[in-house]
Design a protein. Structure first.
Length: 272
């Protein structure tokens, strides 16, 4: 058979075609198109987020804080009054003031020794309580502790002056009325009577007599007994009346007259 025979050319062409097909099948990728497609279609996972969606978004979080604001104190001050010298010893008062009110009063100094210690052990606590209750120096004297009470009031007033608080006034002053002077302790002149001298001392605050006491009075014999009854009555009458026009005590005419005279001289020093 010749090389150029048509049949031979057809056989060769068929063999070449089959060989090409076999070669193409040999070079075909082994991967699964389905799996490749599935991998390409899966959306990317967002940053910071787990596949289960449990992670918090970026910047998210929780914060807790507690602010407890305690209010400021109204301003507590401790002021000490001046030392007042009395016949039995010095008296000095210390105050604790909060919110414009006296919350505590204490006697830093008070007469002591002998009977004074016993007297003031009872008198000083009572004066302290009275100062807090009154919120001013207008407090009653403790019976049997006249000198201590007088000194206490003076020192108390000086302490109140330091904080600019004289306590609540009983009655508001008229707008045109002049300011009342500070507490004064005034001693009247000695009035000579047939039975002995009489001398009065008064404490004036806000233009009113808040205390009267007798420094001298007739004594000896029957005069002592008469004076012991008359003098307390005259002292009370002077505070109640606010002037020297008080009634004489029956049976103590001379003492009463001397008392009125000395009381008037003390009032004159206070300007009536």
């Amino acid at each position: 058979m010749k090389k150029s025979h048509p049949v031979r050319r057809a056989v060769l062409a068929t063999a070449a075609t089959v060989s090409g097909i076999v070669l193409l099948l040999t070079l075909k990728p082994a991967s699964d198109p389905g799996s490749a497609s599935a991998a390409g279609d899966r959306p990317p996972v967002a940053g910071g987020q787990s596949p289960q969606g449990g992670a918090q978004a970026a910047g998210a979080g929780s914060a807790s804080g507690s602010g407890s604001g305690s209010g400021q104190d109204a301003g507590t001050r401790t002021v000490t009054g001046s030392v007042v010298r009395t016949e039995y010893g010095p008296v000095q008062v210390r105050l604790t003031v909060s919110g414009g009110r006296v919350t505590e009063a204490a006697a830093v100094q008070s007469p002591s020794g002998g009977r004074s210690t016993d007297i003031n052990a009872d008198a000083v606590p009572r004066l302290n309580r009275a100062a807090v209750a009154a919120q001013s120096a207008q407090i009653d004297a403790v019976s049997g502790a006249t000198y201590t009470s007088t000194g206490y009031r003076q020192s108390l007033q000086s302490a109140l002056d330091q904080v600019g608080a004289d306590g609540p006034a009983e009655e508001p002053a008229e707008p045109s009325a002049p300011a009342a002077p500070a507490t004064q302790v005034l001693t009247g002149g000695v009035a000579r009577t047939e039975y002995g001298p009489v001398q009065v001392r008064i404490t004036v605050a806000g233009g009113r007599i808040i205390q009267a006491e007798t420094l001298q009075a007739p004594s000896g014999g029957r005069s002592t007994q008469i004076t012991e009854n008359a003098v307390p009555a005259l002292n009370r009458a002077a505070v109640a009346a606010g002037d020297a026009q008080i009634d004489a005590v029956s049976g103590a005419t001379y003492t009463s007259a001397g008392y009125q005279e000395s009381l008037q001289s003390a009032l004159d020093r206070a300007g009536g």
